[in-house]
Design a protein around this ligand. Structure first.
Ligand SMILES: Cc1ncc(COP(=O)(O)O)c(C=O)c1O
Length: 439
């Protein structure tokens, strides 16, 4: 039989894959055989995980599992439809009402994943007039406006921006002077600033008080993706806007249900008109199946626990303090801030992989983060702490990190030297009050 030549697109794939593979840039996907927990089974071996976003350990709570199982038996595996076409079960509406209450706003809207929420909502908001023109012939201008986006925003935000017809101006990470310069020079009336609340690979917080002040001056809307902040940061655990006391100045609160909530899904919380509009127009909502019932039931239970058991957050912040203090005592360079996401920089991807392997030999799993998740030469170990880690788990991690520091050396973080008391004094009041164990 005559051999059909490989189409150029597929030839490219082969070339690109081979090139990446030769550079050792195709990471394995570790095989897990247990639920997300500090001690879990990885490639047939029990190890301690420092890469899970199950910050409060809620995915394993018996009440959550029981609520989810009951819904699973009643509604079975999936809704098999989008909300409008038959996938709108009462549990989903109850969850939306609950999330709105949790965030203290009128209304909420859920998506199958957090990524999908950003992909749907950013174009959905910016392209409202374009949408009415394009599909319903409403004679409006097609002016779509401008998005202002932090350079380190999560990939799902960048995907939403690419899908929107709006133009986008990127401001340097956390650089408010740059953001102001871009806002001041922008001619359009329709502006929206979009930012991670806590940056997922670095663990630092967006300066929301400054961002919301600029938004007020230049009449821009503000959307905050609080994937990693929801349930953790702030006096009430409502997220980074709660931490800064600016919740009422955020127009669109976005969050995921896949991290502290311990499940699956994404949401936005905002005013009811915006939700109603997006429900009937946003493609990532209308053209995809709805969240399965068992997820909604489990999440409803998990949110109750999150609100009723602040001691889980306290345990998490205690663990953060314990690790920071251990790093400090061992003179391992660490970012001088309070966050359950702690990046320790190594530079090259190759070095980060070696560090990951060194930890694995000690029974510790902390996944190396390399491009494209981060910039070149910013490869790192990204530690995420959970409330369910014990001090023994953290001691073992510290021993492993000490060996890495001695044998290959972490990159200095460029921050001035500080004492442990100075680090402690940087903790926000609501965290200091919770601190019980570490002094
Ligand atoms: C900042 C941010 N936004 C959105 C997402 C996507 O969330 P999900 O995993 O629920 O799709 C993530 C996930 O890593 C994230 O870190």
């Amino acid at each position: 039989m005559k051999k059909i030549p490989t189409p150029p697109v597929l030839q490219d794939i082969t070339h690109c894959f081979d090139w990446l593979d030769r550079q050792n840039l195709i990471p394995d996907e570790p095989l897990i055989d247990s639920p997300p927990a500090p001690e879990f089974v990885l490639n047939d071996r029990t190890v301690i995980s420092f890469s899970s976003n199950n910050y409060l350990g809620l995915s394993r709570r018996p009440e959550v599992i029981e609520a989810a199982s009951q819904a699973l038996h009643r509604f079975t595996m999936g809704t098999c439809e989008s909300r409008r076409l038959g996938g709108n079960i009462a549990l989903l509406e109850a969850l939306e009402e609950r999330l709105a209450r949790f965030k203290g706003v009128e209304s909420a809207m859920i998506f199958a994943t957090g990524l999908l929420a950003n992909v749907a909502v950013i174009p959905g908001l910016m392209d409202a007039q374009w949408y009415c023109n394009r599909f319903y012939g409403r004679p409006w201008s097609e002016e779509v406006g401008t998005l202002f986006s932090d350079t380190l925003n999560h990939r799902s935000i960048q995907m939403g921006i690419r899908l929107s017809h709006a133009s986008c101006l990127k401001y340097r990470h956390g650089d408010m002077a740059h953001l102001e310069m871009l806002l001041a020079g922008c001619q359009t009336d329709r502006k929206m600033i979009v930012t991670d609340g806590i940056f997922s690979m670095d663990g630092d917080l967006a300066p929301l008080p400054e961002i919301t002040a600029l938004a007020k001056t230049y009449q821009a809307a503000v959307m905050v993706d609080d994937a990693h902040g929801t349930g953790i940061f702030g006096q009430h655990g409502r997220g980074v806007a709660d931490h800064f006391g600016v919740e009422d100045q955020i127009d669109i609160h976005m969050g995921t249900l896949s991290k502290a909530v311990g499940a699956m899904g994404g949401f936005i919380a905002t005013d009811s008109k915006t939700v109603a509009f997006l429900k009937s127009t946003a493609s990532g909502y209308r053209f995809t199946s709805s969240l399965p019932a068992e997820q909604a039931a489990g999440i409803l239970c998990a949110i109750d626990i999150m609100e009723q058991e602040p001691q889980l957050r306290q345990q998490l912040w205690d663990n953060v303090a314990y690790l920071l203090k251990g790093l400090h005592e061992r003179q391992i360079p660490y970012p001088n801030r309070w966050s359950p996401i702690i990046p320790l920089f190594l530079g090259s991807a190759e070095k980060a992989f070696r560090a990951e392997q060194l930890l694995l030999k000690r029974g510790l799993s902390c996944i190396a983060i390399i491009p494209p998740l981060v910039q070149n030469n910013r490869s790192r170990l990204r530690i995420t702490l959970n409330a369910t880690h014990t001090s023994n788990h953290i001691d073992r991690l510290l021993e492993g990190l000490e060996e890495i520091e001695k044998t290959m050396g972490f990159q200095p973080n460029g921050e001035p030297p500080h004492t442990w008391q100075q680090v402690q004094s940087m903790a926000p009041a609501y965290i200091s009050i919770m601190q019980s164990k570490v002094t």
